[in-house]
Design a protein around this ligand. Structure first.
Ligand code: FE
Length: 351
């Protein structure tokens, strides 16, 4: 956990002495600003090491506010110009887009970020950047499906899958982003036809989260589903026998790998600088910290995600899923497409 203001005041004498050297008489004022308020929807214990190494590197303390993404966005909105928030961290480009659209983030350019973050994983004006990747993969029951039966997201609308597919609801941002990527690839008419075909193949009305879909496929409720890969890795790593049994029943398939096809849908965990931040430079430094090799490894492993930086060690269980071609669609496009995607899914009867 980051070091709080209270702890900072207790060690204030030493801090002021250091600051005075740099800033003359205004040192204590400048030093009191050296706290970064981080609003994060992440909740992994391993992230603590990331905040501590930032403080070691920069002398800037991290004050962490944790809540789910929608609550954090509402909180920044309601705090208005007085918001203490400097950085917003959350998952899924759809949510980052919402925060941007609500006017909560400011554009940032940084040569470090430009070099580290692939262009397709950053909002073009710099309102937010992706720091880890997640792939929305097909999960299948190995007793019922062979990998050769699978090909693309589009193919899950084929009548051959009638009564064999399950999904979580359309109200969840993960499915809105996936559908937003299909919208970018095929346009609204084909996307709606796809959604209708998919819904017609559902073995049951959408219910439960990604993990619930995996369990249901393992237990034979359906043959295939699509989920973020870290949910599979979590089950593979679990010590619980019931989770191990689930993991042994299922296979992971990376869709849309064919020659000339666009690749598997990639989403991000990302962050942006809050528009009203009083510590813009420190906030940018923090984003740059997230893009550094040591932090990349910890940040990715915390949630069994893929680092954005090439050459960073991957979690071995994650790596065992194999390599694949990624859809290089800019995350801002499927983020922006979320709203239209949801309307299409609604019309198609995707609950
Ligand atoms: Fe998730």
């Amino acid at each position: 956990m980051g070091i709080t203001r209270r702890v900072f005041i207790a060690s204030g004498a030493a801090a002021v002495a250091v600051a005075v050297n740099h800033l003359g008489g205004f040192g204590s004022f400048a030093q009191s600003n050296r706290v970064l308020n981080l609003y994060s929807a992440r909740h992994y214990d391993t992230d603590t090491a990331i905040y501590e190494s930032f403080t070691q590197k920069t002398g800037i303390k991290v004050n962490l506010v944790e809540a789910d993404a929608d609550k954090l966005i509402e909180r920044i909105k309601s705090e208005g110009a007085n918001s203490p928030a400097d950085v917003l961290i959350t998952v899924d480009a759809g949510r980052l887009w919402r925060a941007q659209k609500a006017g909560l983030l400011q554009p940032v350019t940084s040569s470090v970020l430009k070099k580290a973050v692939p262009a397709n994983l950053a909002e073009p004006a710099g309102h937010w950047y992706g720091f880890t990747k997640r792939a929305r993969v097909i999960v299948y029951n190995k007793d019922k499906v062979k990998p050769a039966d699978l090909s693309t997201y589009e193919d899950l609308a084929n009548p051959k899958w009638k009564g064999r597919v399950i999904s979580r609801t359309s109200s969840h941002v993960y499915n809105q982003s996936l559908t937003g990527s299909i919208l970018a690839a095929h346009g609204p008419q084909k996307t709606e036809a796809w959604a209708r075909g998919l819904v017609a193949n559902f073995a049951r009305p959408p219910e439960g989260n990604d993990t619930a879909q995996i369990r249901a496929v393992a237990s034979g409720v359906a043959d295939v589903t699509f989920v973020n890969q870290y949910y599979v890795v979590r089950l593979m790593k679990s010590d619980k026998p019931e989770d191990k049994a689930v993991a042994s029943k299922i296979g992971v398939f990376f869709p849309n790998q064919g020659n000339g096809d666009r690749g598997t849908h990639i989403n991000i965990s990302g962050a942006g600088v809050v528009k009203t931040s009083k510590n813009r430079q420190a906030a940018i430094q923090f984003l740059e910290h997230l893009a550094s090799p040591q932090v990349q490894e910890i940040f990715a492993k915390g949630n069994n995600e893929y680092p954005i930086l090439a050459g960073v060690a991957k979690d071995p269980v994650l790596a065992s899923l194999g390599t694949f071609k990624e859809d290089k669609l800019n995350a801002a496009i499927y983020g922006k497409n979320n709203g239209e995607a949801l309307k299409i899914m609604d019309r198609a009867g995707w609950k």
